[in-house]
Design a protein around this ligand. Structure first.
Ligand code: CTP
Ligand code: MG
Length: 252
């Protein structure tokens, strides 16, 4: 396999601040087992034979730092590029996508904040796109019952209804796309925002959501419980435990 045709490129949005994780460095640079989250996430992608190139969208003022970290952690032999990210996740993905060579036909988008995604999930998503899907998301069933509410910042929130849990999935990354589909929906979203104002549009928190907004077909493949996103402090505690368990297993 080479850098064209069936080999995928991956965009890693890593420019967020990690406000929900609390004060400190940008989330992607926070450490898990002594290694930045971003480095774990990039390694998880480069472990997949389906991925030939990784483009990291770094914090805009942290490009040189990120390049240095990737070198320090032994990723300097891989085809990895670092570009400055944007003010929103969507913008960071768009900027990363723009740095991918034109001949690459399959693009994965993977959050830097999901450091422990197993390589099997990366492979399965890429394989589903290779198999003909235009947009693929890994997802897992929900443990909790979910209710829709009328949001009220103070006081009890009225419940509107309870969706049937068996039809719900919690969506993870990497999400995989035909490159032209992903580029097209990002362009359309940008044009819509320019026309209507970003605040007038519903918030989209993943790339597959953009494909849905413009009428594309998205399919789900099985995700993995270890592909969870590090969002709040407790997630980091869980991630440390998962990593310790893996390291112990590798020692045998
Ligand atoms: N992200 C990005 N550019 C932004 C915002 C987010 O590249 N302007 C990335 C984050 O770095 C992360 C991924 O998108 O890898 C998922 O976002 P999230 O978990 O929300 O991370 P943060 O935005 O950093 O966290 P928070 O929302 O708590 O501030
Ligand atoms: Mg965020």
């Amino acid at each position: 396999m080479n850098a064209t045709g069936a080999v995928a490129a991956a965009v890693v949005p890593a420019a967020g601040r990690g406000e929900r994780l609390g004060p400190g460095a940008p989330k992607a640079l926070r450490e898990l087992g002594g290694v930045p989250l971003l480095v774990h996430a990039v390694r998880a992608l480069t472990r997949s034979r389906a991925v030939g190139l990784v483009v990291v969208a770094a914090p805009a003022d942290g490009v040189a730092e990120v390049v240095g970290l990737l070198d320090t952690h032994g990723l300097d032999g891989k085809d990895i590029r670092v570009v400055p990210g944007g003010a929103t996740r969507q913008e960071s993905v768009r900027l990363g996508l723009a740095a991918i060579p034109a001949e690459v036909e399959i693009v994965l988008v993977h959050d830097a904040a999901r450091p422990l995604v197993p390589v099997e999930v990366v492979d399965a998503v890429a394989a589903a796109v290779r198999g003909g899907a235009e947009a693929v998301v890994p997802a897992v069933p929900l443990a909790d019952t979910v209710k829709r509410v009328e949001p009220r910042p103070a006081g009890p929130e009225p419940v509107l209804d309870t969706p049937d849990r068996s039809t719900l999935r919690a969506v993870q990354t990497p999400q995989g796309f035909r490159r032209e589909t992903l580029a097209e929906v990002h362009e359309k979203a940008l044009a819509e925002e320019a026309a209507a104002g970003a605040d007038a549009l519903p918030a989209v928190t993943d790339d597959a959501g953009l494909v849905e907004r413009f009428g594309g077909r998205v399919v789900v493949v099985p995700g993995h419980e270890e592909a969870f996103k590090v969002t709040r402090p407790l997630d980091l505690v869980l991630a440390e435990a998962v990593l310790a368990r893996r390291r112990a297993a590798d020692a045998y």
